[in-house]
Design a protein around this ligand. Structure first.
Ligand code: 13P
Length: 247
């Protein structure tokens, strides 16, 4: 059975007081045992949250592609791992768009995480023009190619894949559940072709892009949608908990 996962990506939101209030509220909620809940707060809060929460995992939103050294402002996978963090998001479209991250950089970040025995939450997803020109499958396949070409199955098993169509992020537009299903099953087929069906069946593929309490149930009911990576709706405890309880 694949893990069901709901992860909240807070992005660059919430000052200290609001962030601590929200994390405490979420930690006091009861979730069903078979959903893994992950929160990715701004990195400045990571260490203090780690000592605080009991009911879910904490993730970084990003990590350096480098080992250590003169990289002002960055932090390494080894540093994250020394805090006992298990997860980091990599390749979010906002990092690709605003920070010029390339496939190579993103894959190097994932490799750094693997080296520190952490799990990448690896984001992929097409732009609106890719979907309009019906290139969305091709674009997502090319984003996942480095994983398929360079990893062994033990390494790939550590990944969570997040399909986030860029046109759906923060826009209120959501992929139709059937479109999400088509892409998730396509991604699973790519893994099956390169590895095996047992590996493909194990890897959780989660959906992100305006996932809200009113559409989560339908999205999560799709066979290959194993949960969500939630932006805006993860900043409100009621909405986030409703999404977690949508399986
Ligand atoms: P929204 O849920 O705000 O569309 O953001 C999705 C996202 O980018 C999660 O990483």
């Amino acid at each position: 059975m694949r893990k069901k996962i709901v992860a909240g990506n807070w992005k660059m939101n919430l000052n200290r007081k609001a962030a601590f209030q929200l994390i405490e509220t979420i930690d006091s909620l009861k979730f069903s045992n078979n959903v893994e809940v992950i929160i990715a707060p701004p990195s400045i809060y990571l260490e203090s949250f780690l000592g605080k929460v009991k009911n879910f995992n904490i993730s970084s939103q990003d990590v350096s592609a480098n080992d250590n050294g003169a990289y002002t402002g960055e932090f390494s996978a080894a540093m994250l791992s020394s805090l006992s963090l298990k997860y980091s998001i990599v390749g979010h479209s906002e990092r690709r768009l605003y920070h010029g991250e390339t496939e190579e950089m993103i894959f190097n970040k994932a490799k750094q995480l693997l080296k520190s025995n952490m799990s990448p939450i690896y984001c992929c997803g097409e732009l609106l023009e890719d979907r309009k020109s019906e290139n969305h499958f091709k674009v997502v396949a090319s984003q996942l190619q480095p994983l398929l070409d360079n990893l062994n199955s033990d390494e790939l098993e550590k990944f969570i894949i997040a399909y986030e169509p860029v046109w759906a992020i923060g826009t209120g537009l959501t992929a139709k559940p059937s479109d999400a299903q088509d892409m998730h099953s396509y991604i699973r087929a790519l893994i099956k072709e390169k590895f095996s069906s047992s590996i493909a069946d194990q890897i959780s593929i989660i959906y992100g892009g305006s996932c809200k309490p009113d559409n989560a149930k339908e999205l999560f009911s799709m066979e290959d949608v194993d949960g969500g990576l939630i932006g805006g709706a993860s900043l409100d405890a009621d909405s986030f908990s409703a999404i977690i309880n949508s399986f």
